[in-house]
Design a binder for this molecule. Sequence first.
Ligand SMILES: Cc1cc2nc3c(=O)[nH]c(=O)nc-3n(C[C@H](O)[C@H](O)[C@H](O)COP(=O)(O)OP(=O)(O)OC[C@H]3O[C@@H](n4cnc5c(N)ncnc54)[C@H](O)[C@@H]3O)c2cc1C
Length: 379
Amino acid sequence: MTAFSLEPEQLARCADLRALAADRLRPLAEKGEPGRVNRPLVTELGRLGLLRRLFTSGALDLCLMRESLAYACTEAETALALQGLGAHPVHAHGSEAQRARWLPRVSDGDAVAAFALSEPGAGSDAAALELRAEPDGTGRWRLTGEKCWISNAPEADLYTVFARTTPDAGARGVTAFLLPADRPGLTGTPLDMLSPHPIGTLALDAVPVTADDVLGTPDRGFRVAMGTLNLFRPSVGAFAVGMAQAALDATLTHTARREAFGGKLRDLQTVAHQVAEMALRTEAARLMVYAAATAYDSGAPDVPGRAAMAKLLATETAQYVVDTAVQLHGARALRRGHLLEHLYREVRAPRIYEGASEVQRAVIAKELYARTVEQESSS
Ligand SMILES: Cc1cc2nc3c(=O)[nH]c(=O)nc-3n(C[C@H](O)[C@H](O)[C@H](O)COP(=O)(O)OP(=O)(O)OC[C@H]3O[C@@H](n4cnc5c(N)ncnc54)[C@H](O)[C@@H]3O)c2cc1C
């Protein structure tokens, strides 16, 4: 396979997933309570074998799953993605015991996972995080502080929590811990957000952790966080592409049917050109997402820059496409419950989380300059 075309089996699998999302997952999503973890939906994702794939296949497969699910059921897409985001550090850096205890349950949809990096004072500047891991003198730590904007909090069953083990050491003094939700001293509060998925804060008051709870190596947790984001950023782009495609298809149908000025909307050249622009940008974003995911799967050296480009282009594109789709549908798109009203709320947050668009530009520029320095020193 090249970065520019999918195999027929991959295309068929995407079509199957879109149908599954519409027929089996959408009805479960509709029964969910806004802002709450939808456990029957997560269980069904497990039963269908989709969650297991998060840990058995690569970045491209993750992107294809996210794009296909997003097309027909964004709630299912996000539930799947959050299981991956929260548990990927366990999969990639956990001990045998941690993996054996948690990964089967996450794969079955029996345990809900979350990734807790952001804090009230450390969002884009994640290396400034302050949640303290203080040694208690017996080889253990006590975690004290706050996490904010954590998807699936406070209802998740396990959290990957990033804490400061070495003060004033920036990114080098952060450790990743696997924290089961039933640890004493861990509480949380749901937040009511524009974004439809469950999200909340966590408060940690001297929560006990031991060396058995560390993911990877003490003080190397920032690498765990960045490695996870390098995998998930292109897939946030895939989520955005799925939403953009859904908005585009709805617009094609609507503008081909809607009567205005003695013809159909699509007969107006400005309308046809807007639809063409939506398709052009969606396809460009899709290709960049596939290329970034393929680069990740092949262990290419320029993954952070490609992942950042894919996320940036796709999320900004989806915002444009969904907004244009709303415009071309007129008032009906803004009616609560309309697909585009839903997508309009969904499409905004991905430009902020897992690194805001401005942060992606900073990542891209950093990699470009590092390459320039490398080339200069080798010439
Ligand atoms: C729906 C949703 C779900 C989330 N889920 C999670 C989760 O599961 N786990 C988790 O840990 N976090 C999560 N987050 C938090 C998210 O990662 C942060 O919101 C994000 O990192 C930005 O941090 P901030 O909101 O504090 O914004 P700030 O860091 O305060 O930045 C505000 C704005 O300043 C600008 N800016 C910032 N840095 C730069 C820069 N270097 N150059 C130029 N401009 C810049 C950007 O416009 C940015 O949007 C979630 C957020 C949302 C909205």
